[in-house]
Design a protein around this ligand. Sequence first.
Ligand SMILES: [Zn+2]
Ligand SMILES: [Zn+2]
Length: 213
Amino acid sequence: MQNQMKALVKAKPEPGLWMEYVPVPEPGPSDVLIKVKKSAICGTDVHIWNWDEFSAKTVPVPMVIGHEFVGEIVDAGAAAVKFKIGQRVSGEGHIVCGTCRNCRAGRGHLCRNTKGVGVNRPGSFAEYLCIPEVNVVPIPEDIPHEIAAIFDPFGIYGREIFETWYKMIALVQSGLDVSGLITHRIGIDDFEDGFAAMISGNSGKVVMDWEDT
Ligand SMILES: [Zn+2]
Ligand SMILES: [Zn+2]
């Protein structure tokens, strides 16, 4: 496999994002490597683009950002055996430590050591994304790519991790049409247009396609 990939990087502590070549992440024993097909822009990404106070305090640079995505598993660590190579997946962007008091009590959504994909660990605005297997959410065949790529925002507030994922998948499968939320579908090389639309406030979800890079 190639060892460099295209990624949207917060390369400097100032407004903007830059398309750069960075090393493809290597999955650890419990991780999977995902080839990203589509990735959506979230409000968090706009904060990071703008480099507001939150971002300056939270995001170390350089950092590959983005956390809403759909893709396909292409590699897995030796202990990551739950999913198959080629399986279509998305993932939960909050990575918890598993060992703090809240995690041990089954309250991972209250973990104090949470790391955010695309916030303080490398994210999904890239050809490849590496996340722990426990964060993977398998996507059923009848859910389109672009819908799977925007599942994340539906339950952001106070959610119990993963509950929203399963609820949203069930709702979409039973006929809820959320495709109207997507106002822009663009190739990744047009990311500046996508961010301009989000920053203008006159857009719904912007979904960026990584497949023809
Ligand atoms: Zn988000
Ligand atoms: Zn924890």
